[in-house]
Design a protein around this ligand. Structure first.
Ligand SMILES: Cc1ncc(COP(=O)(O)O)c(C=O)c1O
Length: 359
């Protein structure tokens, strides 16, 4: 039996599925390795400065240099999550669109700001490909993830750029692009009118407790988003993390981690495929697996947590999001899948209309 939906599905996140439990965690997409020494040193050293109010100027300059953009095009944020509410409150959006299935915080933030959201659904049958023509012409805000959580889909840059229109803001959430070797497909270094790119430092650097992220956009949009920020929202420690993660040493380590993840993912895909479990092609640190309804609950009974997917618009309880982990951890997942009772035949994914207006 599939579990009942949480009361607020858009505000459900993977961390809740492991909180306070001793389950094997394949639900949270944080890199499962120790913090590099240079990052640890920067975080600890930042405590010497917490007697003063935080100032993200140095962090923003470091981000600007890393992406070869002027500092006026950078805004440090308290994690990527802060940026969603800043964007939601930026303008009186007439037709904000969220491309689903994707991370639900932007949708929740838009609703919280009083907007009525239009969902444009990508579909499993198309590998969750983005069709820019499916976005209504009058959309003045379009939010899309790249690579997308939870589908793992990396959209081609041209499809993302094709979303731009006069008077429209396109928000590309690149929270997981650092897991893609070479950051293939990033738009962070490509300034464009009407484009805002969002980055998170919390997953790849295993510091979700330090709210560190940033966004990149044209100077006018960045200045307007800055005006909406709560004063001092980026703490001294978060600013130190942002700065530390922009050095050449950090970028080299980020690339090593991305390549490691790609190797681990091959093992995960091969293992699940050998069990007869359908997976969708992923370019990032998690993937969608068709465990069938009740499959996630059976895994929990075996001590393994994967992320439920029925809280994502456009997905049903037959899907689970599985974090990419080192081979020995994947092997424990496989053992649990083998030990569980046979999964029922996977239900076909329901066909939904592509554009859905929220009530
Ligand atoms: C796709 C996506 N974007 C943004 C975020 C928020 O990231 P942060 O921890 O930087 O606030 C998450 C967190 O899980 C995410 O999955």
């Amino acid at each position: 039996m599939a579990e009942a939906l949480p009361t607020d599905p858009l505000r459900h996140h993977g961390d809740v599925e492991v909180r306070g439990s001793d389950l094997l965690d394949l639900a949270v997409n944080v890199y499962p390795g120790p913090r590099p020494g240079w990052l640890d040193a920067a975080l600890r050293a930042s405590l010497d400065d917490v007697g003063a109010y935080p100032d993200p100027t140095r962090a923003e300059r470091a981000v600007a240099a890393r992406h070869a953009r002027p500092a006026s095009e950078v805004l440090a944020t308290a994690g990527a999550a802060e940026a969603f509410s800043l964007v939601a409150r930026l303008r009186p959006w007439r037709r904000p669109v969220v491309v689903h299935p994707q991370f639900t915080e932007p949708h929740a933030a838009l609703e919280q700001a009083g907007h009525r959201v239009t969902s444009v659904l990508t579909r499993a049958a198309d590998g969750f490909a983005l069709d820019p023509a499916a976005v209504p012409d009058d959309a003045d805000l379009v939010v899309v993830g790249n690579p997308t959580n939870p589908t793992g889909r990396l959209h081609p840059v041209d499809d993302l750029l094709a979303l731009r229109r006069p008077g429209r803001l396109v928000l590309v959430d690149e929270a997981f692009i650092d897991t893609v070797p070479g950051e293939a497909g990033t738009l962070a270094g490509a300034p464009a009118e009407g484009l805002v790119v969002l980055r998170s430092l919390t997953k790849h650097w295993s510091i979700p407790g330090v709210r560190a992220g940033y966004l990149l956009g044209t100077p006018d949009v960045v200045a307007a988003l800055r005006r909406g920020q709560v004063p001092w929202s980026v703490s001294t420690t978060a600013a130190a993390a942002i700065e530390a993660c922009c050095t050449p040493l950090a970028l080299a380590e980020a690339e090593r981690r991305a390549r490691t993840i790609a190797g681990w993912r091959t093992h995960l895909v091969d293992s699940l495929t050998a069990l007869g479990t359908t997976t969708l092609p992923s370019r990032t640190s998690f993937l969608l697996a068709r465990l069938g309804e009740g499959g996630r609950e059976r895994l929990r009974a075996q001590g393994v947590a994967v992320r439920r997917c029925d809280t994502f618009p456009g997905l049903d309880a037959g899907w689970a999001r599985v974090a990419v982990r080192p081979p020995d951890v994947t092997d424990r997942l496989v053992a649990a899948l083998r030990a569980g009772p046979a999964a029922p035949a996977p239900a076909p994914a329901p066909v939904q209309p592509r554009v859905q207006e929220d009530p």
